[in-house]
Structures are given as C-alpha cells and as structure tokens.
Design a protein around this ligand. Structure first.
Ligand SMILES: Nc1ncnc2c1ncn2[C@@H]1O[C@H](COP(=O)(O)OP(=O)(O)OP(=O)(O)O)[C@@H](O)[C@H]1O
Ligand SMILES: [Mg+2]
Length: 461
C-alpha cells in the first residue's frame, strides 16, 4: 500500500512519488470538518449513509480511503490510506505512469470496505490518544478559602458571599445536602474572620439526647443531676470570644432552642442547675441538611430562632449542580491521596463516568470513591474505569428532555432508542466507537441512528 498517514492540520506528507496527493485534504478537513467529506462525495467519491470512511478518487484514477479523526464531535484531522486501484478503475490522463499503475494493489469492493472499517477503528484510537495527549491541564485549584475546591458559577457565588460573611460578625445558617461541605465552609468563615486566633468549637446537636446536649452546651453545676460530680463549663464558655459551630441544628429540641435563642439575643445563659447568669461573646454558625423553613411551618422549629440564625443564609450547591467541578475535585483528592508517593491519573472514561454520576452523597462520597480507587489500583499509575464502584459504573445519566408525546409503541421505542444513544454519546464524550460498544451495536449502525434522529454534539467550546 502506498502510505498510511495520520495527519493533523497542514499538508499530508505523502511519501509515494507516483501517487497523486489529495491537495490539502487535511487542512480542509480541519477547517471544514465533515462538510469536506460531503463535498468529496459529491465530486465522484462515495460516502454511504452511516459509513465513517470515504473513498476518494484522485485525478489519476487511484483511490484513497479517508476517515475523519474526531474530537468531541469535531473533525480535527484525518487518517488516509491511499494508493490502490479498485476493480474496474482506469487510469486518467497522465497523472500516473503505467508501471506505477500496474504496481498498485487492486482491491475489490469487499476489500475496500474491510480496509475502510479498519481505518475507522484506527482513526478512533488515534482520536483517543490525541484526546489524552492534548487534555487541558486542570485549572488552578482555588485556595482562597482553605481547602474549598470549585470554580463553577455556583461556587463563585458562594465565594462572593463568603467574602462578605467573613468580614461580618453575623450569625450564619449553612444549608445543604449531606457531604456538600457545610463544616468545611463554617471553618473557612472562622479562619477568615477576626476571630481566627480564637477557638472554633463544633458540636453536633443530633449526637446527644436533650439532657446531655443541655449540659454539653451550657455546662452544669455540681449535683444538678446524677453524675454531675463537679461544676463543668459548657461549650458556649469554651467558645467564648471564638466561633461556635452548631451542626444539625434542626435536630435540637424546643427547650434547647429557647436557651440558644437567649444566648443569641442577650449573650447570656445559665449552666444546668445554676442560678448564676453568665455572659459570653460567641459567633454562632449553624448548619443543617433539613428544610428549616418547612420545619417552622410545621411548628417543629421556633420561628424566632429561625430568623435569628438565618441572618445570612448560605445554601451549598449539591455536587450534581456543579458537575464542572468534578474533575477539579478528583484531581484534588488524588493529590491528597498521594502521600509523598507517585501521583496517579484517572483514565478519561473513568472521569466521564464520575462526572455523569449524580453523587447523592456529594463531595464526601466522591472523596471516598477516590480513596477506594487509589487503594484498588495498587501500583498502576492510571486508574481504569472497571475499578469504579458498581453503582457508578452502571449508572446511566438520566437525560433531561422534554417529554415526548407517545401515542404508539413504535414512538415509545424510538424515543427510548434516541435517549439511550444521546446518553451513551454524552457518557463517551461523543466518541462513536465507544458509544457503540456501550450500546452493543456496530459503529455503522450507531452512525445511521445518529443521522436518523438528527443527534448532534454540543457546539465545540
Ligand atoms: N468544595 C469542597 N472542596 C473540597 N473538599 C470538600 C468540599 N466540600 C466538601 N469537601 C469534603 O467533603 C467532606 C464532607 O464535607 P463536610 O463534612 O464539610 O460536609 P457536610 O455538609 O458537613 O456533611 P454532613 O451533612 O454529612 O455533615 C469533607 O472531607 C470535606 O473536606
Ligand atoms: Mg457536617
């Protein structure tokens, strides 16, 4: 065969002197993408529907197979296999000597098709290698607030709010699902505030029964209850002049809610069993993953306390609302797992799966998954997708789309088919070879269906 050429932009470096080159095909591919192939097919070459490769004819009558190399659905180069005759082809003009013509291999339609399929498979691999080589370096990790990672618009909004919150003395209510970083943010507020050199005290209001929490928060006087063998200061006193983080405040009983309200309003309280009123200066940051407003409406949480702690409200986004931060977080946690050893990398399809997974446990769940992957991958520098937890590996991202009115079974089947294809393509970053293998259909079949449903990748960024 004349030459194999996986080419990027620019002239194809054709090696065979007798073969006509296809002038600037590659640069045209890069500039015009698929349109060039369509154009080529309209000037006497073939591109069957759903077929990724084209047979191009040159001015001398020789043939060349061309396959676009795609990245995120955009043609970035081409793989060319050229310099063969097809059964029935005749030399044209004097573009090639008769000795060279006779010396080039003669292929029948079946052999051309086979070569085309092989070229398509190689082009898909080249595309993958290209994607790995040219993956942009992770954007710099934002360290403005301790270890809070994320550059998404939702996190930027949070940072803007935090910038103001740290300068104030206000009470803050942090809300968010499990594992969204409520405690992390509370610490960041303390560390950014004028109280940073004072204590940051944490208590989890759901971890104690009412009496114990009372004594834990406010302390007790000797003999106040069985076991109270000595006077004991509570955490409000420990936190004096510092910050007190009241976690899971939604789980606090109404009785204690009253006592906390009093500290907030007057800065005063009494130890359990003690008549002496004490005064403290504590900044309170409260957190909950419960819907406090709804609890107020149901009479389960005091309205006055709700308004007193909700002076500033920080609603932390769930990880699925800021998927663009997932690669950043993965890099951050991989780095943290390094512990002086050599760094590891996640394979592209592994990152793609993790990005499309909804993470019900949010950042904590993601952090644990990275730790698990690092352990399981042993000495391998690259972590492959098959090590992922089953729930992540087998999750198919739901597609948010308009409901299709489905009047018949064929309509419903088509709607499902379309959804599954879009889903597989997204998961595989629009790589059709991988998507087709996920869907257990041939690549050719997938391309036919993509055309049938007019599915298009998002515009290249
Ligand atoms: N934005 C983030 N950047 C880096 N790490 C994060 C981020 N958010 C959370 N984490 C990490 O995820 C884990 C859980 O965070 P944290 O304990 O603050 O969440 P939480 O909202 O208080 O969870 P829970 O509701 O279960 O109490 C921690 O290890 C924390 O460091
Ligand atoms: Mg917490």
């Amino acid at each position: 065969m004349g030459f194999w050429d996986a080419a990027g932009a620019g002239e194809a470096p054709h090696a065979h002197g007798d073969l006509p080159s296809l002038p600037s095909l590659c640069s045209r591919l890069v500039d015009e993408g698929e349109r060039c192939f369509e154009h080529a097919s309209s000037v006497g070459t073939r591109l069957a529907p759903g077929q990724p490769w084209t047979v191009l004819g040159c001015h001398a009558g020789l043939r060349e197979i061309a396959v676009p190399i795609e990245r995120d659905g955009v043609t970035v180069g081409a793989l060319l296999i050229g310099g063969f005759r097809e059964t029935g082809a005749v030399p044209i003009g004097d573009g090639v000597t008769s000795a060279a013509w006779d010396a080039t291999p003669m292929l029948d339609a079946g052999q051309v098709a086979l070569l085309g399929e092989m070229a398509a498979a190689v082009a898909a691999d080249v595309a993958l290698a290209l994607a790995e080589l040219t993956a942009p370096p992770p954007s710099p990790v934002r360290q403005r607030y301790d270890a809070i990672i994320g550059g998404s618009p939702k996190m930027q909004e949070l940072y803007t709010l935090l910038d103001r919150v740290v300068r104030s003395e206000s009470t803050v209510l942090i809300q968010g699902e499990n594992g969204t970083g409520k405690e992390l943010v509370a610490r960041a507020i303390h560390n950014g505030s004028d109280r940073r050199d004072r204590r940051f005290v944490v208590t989890n209001c759901s971890a104690f029964n009412d009496n114990l929490l009372d004594s834990e928060l406010f302390g007790h006087k000797r003999g106040a209850f069985t076991g109270a063998v000595a006077d004991k200061p509570g955490l409000f006193e420990v936190a004096d002049t510092g910050t007190f983080f009241l976690d899971e405040i939604g789980d606090m009983s109404p009785t204690l809610q009253v006592k906390v309200l009093r500290v907030l309003q007057e800065g005063t309280f009494n130890r359990v069993g003690d008549t002496e009123t004490r005064k403290v200066d504590v900044r309170i940051i409260a957190a909950t993953n419960r819907d406090l407003r709804a609890m107020v409406a149901r009479g389960q949480f005091r309205e006055d306390l709700y308004y007193r702690i909700n002076v500033i409200n920080l609603m932390l986004p769930a990880l699925r609302e800021r998927r663009e931060d997932i690669p950043l977080l993965l890099g951050f946690f991989l780095d943290r797992q390094r512990r002086g050893g050599k760094g590891k990398r996640l394979a592209d399809d592994c990152v793609a799966r993790m990005t499309s997974y909804p993470w019900p446990g949010n950042v904590r769940e993601l952090e644990n998954e990275v730790e698990r992957l690092v352990v399981l991958s042993g000495d391998d520098p690259v972590i492959e997708e098959d090590l992922l937890s089953t729930r992540i590996r087998h999750h198919s991202a739901p597609i948010v789309e308009e409901a299709v009115p489905m009047s018949s079974l064929p309509d419903a089947v088509e709607a499902l088919e379309r959804r599954m294809i879009v889903d597989a393509l997204r998961r595989n970053r629009w790589n059709k070879t991988r998507a087709s293998s996920d869907l257990k259909v041939s690549r050719r079949n997938l391309i036919r269906l993509v055309q049938k449903y007019g599915i298009e990748p998002p515009a290249a960024r």
